[in-house]
Design a protein around this ligand. Structure first.
Ligand SMILES: Nc1ncnc2c1ncn2[C@@H]1O[C@H](COP(=O)(O)OP(=O)(O)OP(=O)(O)O)[C@@H](O)[C@H]1O
Ligand SMILES: O=C(O)c1ccc[n+]([C@@H]2O[C@H](COP(=O)([O-])O)[C@@H](O)[C@H]2O)c1
Length: 195
């Protein structure tokens, strides 16, 4: 697990990164800047519980490629979930709250993840454990209005211009960030490599 000290504001960007791409870096850098974070942990998962693992490259390879793409001293690429045998993000968040007391974590994800967030294990516990920032993504902007998770926690949404205060807010609190968007996706890259 990367280093942390009480009071730090740290973003958590979990993903399969199969493979990582510049869209991930755009998301990471936008989160660092707009949320006023000191660090962002790029957490390469041993395997998304909702995805087919048949096409998943080994963790070591996804970590190596992620370090090449992230290329930013404020971004720490880590595979600690595998070392702790964690499958679910709710467990990641709980572990971090115990291991890193006083750290202000923010969960970061793309708008496509918001659309299916209500299918994640103990998803409401994630909302009540840490503030959440959602980054707009082509094709998924409407998840802001339509997703069951956004609907359930509607009254806890922060106005975008207040994003810099999200990390210090008591959860539930979430923000949807618009800005420069990337239409890159790992699945499109995999499909292009196959053809
Ligand atoms: N272009 C993008 N714009 C915004 N968010 C993105 C983008 N690409 C990935 N993300 C977000 O980054 C996180 C990790 O994404 P992931 O590793 O699954 O990549 P992906 O491109 O979505 O992969 P796939 O196409 O296989 O589903 C998720 O929260 C996802 O929503
Ligand atoms: O905890 C869950 O139930 C859960 C369900 C789907 C995805 N996740 C996590 O969400 C992050 C993004 O996954 P992915 O495959 O869309 O990049 C990654 O950290 C996954 O472990 C977690």
């Amino acid at each position: 697990m990367p280093h942390c000290t009480p009071g730090m504001k740290i973003g958590l960007l979990g993903g399969s990164f199969n493979p990582p791409h510049m869209g991930h870096r755009l998301v990471a850098e936008m989160a660092l800047r707009r949320l006023g974070l000191q660090k962002l942990w790029w957490m390469v998962t041993p395997g998304n519980p909702l995805k087919d693992h048949g096409v998943l490259e080994p963790l070591s390879e996804r970590l190596r490629l992620s370090r090449d793409i992230a290329a930013n001293p404020r971004i720490s690429v880590t595979g600690f979930e595998a070392a702790h045998k964690i499958r679910y993000s709710a467990d990641t968040v709980q572990l971090l709250k115990v291991r890193c007391p006083g750290v202000k974590f923010v969960w970061i994800m793309g708008a496509d993840s918001l659309a299916t967030f209500h299918l994640w294990q103990d998803w409401q516990d994630i909302f009540t454990a840490v503030p959440i920032a959602i980054i707009d993504r082509p094709g998924s902007t409407l998840s802001l209005l339509s997703s069951p998770a956004a609907q359930t926690f509607k009254k806890f949404r922060l106005r975008e211009e207040r994003a810099a205060s999200l990390a210090t807010m008591r959860p539930p609190a979430w923000v949807f960030l618009h800005g420069p968007r990337s239409s890159l996706s790992s699945s499109a890259i995999r499909a292009a490599e196959k053809s």
